[in-house]
Design a protein around this ligand. Structure first.
Ligand code: CTP
Length: 434
């Protein structure tokens, strides 16, 4: 495929070298079109050597080949990374003062922008309006990551990991549908850790790969994604809002807050069912004789709680939205443990609960029978069940599963990349959204 890599003048321009390598090493023909400002950060020889193609920022070079029209028309994909506030503005307004903006005006292929700039610039109404315009015209504008910026400051504006931008581009090149555009989805991923003392915890083997694949694929399908990540060390999926949590209690708070105005929630996280009843403030010391037993308390079942909240919201829908809604009783021990301060969730619109709720179930035996019982018990719409055990599913890039469907036939997903399973889940979710 012919890819045009537009590079504009931000400090993150050097990261585009890695993106370029990912394209060339996977067999794509890349033409780099930097802006003049980008060449102040990374010089033309670097781009020419890495791409094997001539490099110019100007429309005046090789005029006989009419590059200002030809490059854009021949491209299968144009990706601008990093895209500065300036280049977004020029693209949104159709300015054509250099080769990159000419290319953007002549390209008939999909266009991906990966913005990177200071938080203030990203949040400025002018930039917001330009991004909106570009998205309305069908461009994919990846939300920047949150993190350390050029100076000592942090915030939204960082260029996402080049490998993650590459994943978005590959999916755009494959022409996957953007059927989740305008939808808000929440994905939980990873495994919770329940503190025993300041250095020890109860945890599980979940790597977060399946949840991250769900987030990545949802972004590529156009959704606004909140990814609640419990102890995951993978790079953030480009374009997803990542909320980091550690314990089941923190995960619950983050998921319920984001679920309030979400269209779909997918609970891919492995949530600890129990936590140590007491968290020792000091490290437990080794003593002579028998160790002290660790007593456990029950954690809230977040998936079941989402189902209950939605059922109640639907039952109450005809009435107007006013007062704060009491939490459903999830077990008397919870309130006593202070997991639900005040016993209420924040005020929110009745009926604002997710249209589609998806659970995951990792089972070691009687996979389908356990899954069917769990689907009914948790009140979700879809339950992805898979067999786990030594070398199966946990930490691996591939997975096989059966998606159980409330009131429908199960869908078998053969062994393959976790992205493929994620796409099946989003196909089923999209079909259930009004
Ligand atoms: N889950 C949850 N809250 C919990 C436990 C699990 O929201 N406290 C969610 C998980 O994210 C997953 C689904 O429930 O989507 C199923 O998790 P699983 O551990 O298989 O369910 P359990 O009800 O704990 O059943 P089991 O007795 O098999 O552990």
């Amino acid at each position: 495929m012919k890819v045009v890599l537009g590079v504009s003048g931000g400090i993150a321009a050097y990261k585009a070298c890695e993106l370029l390598r990912l394209f060339t090493e996977s067999g794509h023909e890349v033409r780099v079109v930097p802006t003049r400002e980008a060449l102040k950060f990374v010089g033309a020889p670097t781009w020419a050597a890495l791409s094997g193609n001539p490099v110019s920022a100007e429309v005046w070079d090789d005029v006989h080949e009419v590059p200002h029209v030809r490059i854009g028309k021949q491209a299968d994909l144009v990706v601008v990374a990093p895209a500065t506030a300036d280049v977004l503005a020029r693209a949104a307004h159709g300015l054509a003062g250099d080769l990159l903006t000419n290319t953007l005006l002549t390209a008939t292929c999909p266009v991906v922008f990966a913005p990177a700039m200071h938080t203030e610039m990203w949040q400025h109404p002018a930039t917001r309006a330009n991004v909106e315009t570009l998205r309305e015209r069908g461009a994919v504008v990846i939300d920047p990551a949150v993190g350390r910026l050029t100076g000592a400051d942090t915030g939204p504006g960082r260029l996402p990991d080049p490998a993650e931008i590459f994943e978005v581009c590959l999916r755009v090149l494959r022409g996957r549908p953007r059927d989740l555009a305008g939808r808000k989805v929440v994905v939980s991923a990873g495994g919770t850790r329940e503190a025993i003392d300041p250095v020890r915890y109860l945890g599980n083997r979940s790597s977060g790969r399946q949840g991250y694949a769900l987030a990545r694929t949802a972004v590529a399908r156009g959704a606004e994604v909140t990814l609640v990540a419990a102890n995951v060390t993978l790079p953030d999926p480009a374009g997803a809002k990542v909320v980091r949590v550690e314990s089941a209690s923190e995960l619950r708070d983050a998921v319920l807050a984001a679920a309030a105005d979400a269209d779909a929630v997918v609970m891919a996280a492995a949530v600890a069912d129990f936590r140590p009843a007491t968290r020792h403030e000091a490290k437990i010391k080794k003593t002579d004789g028998e160790p002290e037993p660790i007593f456990l308390a029950k954690n809230p079942d977040i998936l079941a709680e989402l189902g209950t909240l939605r059922r109640e919201a639907r039952a109450a829908q005809p009435r107007p939205a006013t007062a704060a809604q009491p939490l459903p009783a999830a077990g008397p021990e919870l309130a006593a443990d202070g997991l639900e301060p005040g016993g209420v969730v924040p005020r929110r619109e009745r009926g604002a609960y997710p249209e589609v709720i998806v659970g995951f179930a990792a089972e070691t035996h009687d996979v389908l029978a356990n899954g069917q019982a769990k689907l009914a018990r948790k009140g979700c719409d879809l339950l992805v069940v898979n067999q786990v055990g030594e070398g199966l599913a946990f930490g691996t890039p591939d997975n096989a599963a059966t998606v159980l469907v409330a009131g429908g036939d199960p869908v078998e997903v053969p062994f393959g990349p976790k992205e493929a399973l994620a796409d099946v889940v989003w196909d089923l979710v999209a079909a259930r959204l009004p």
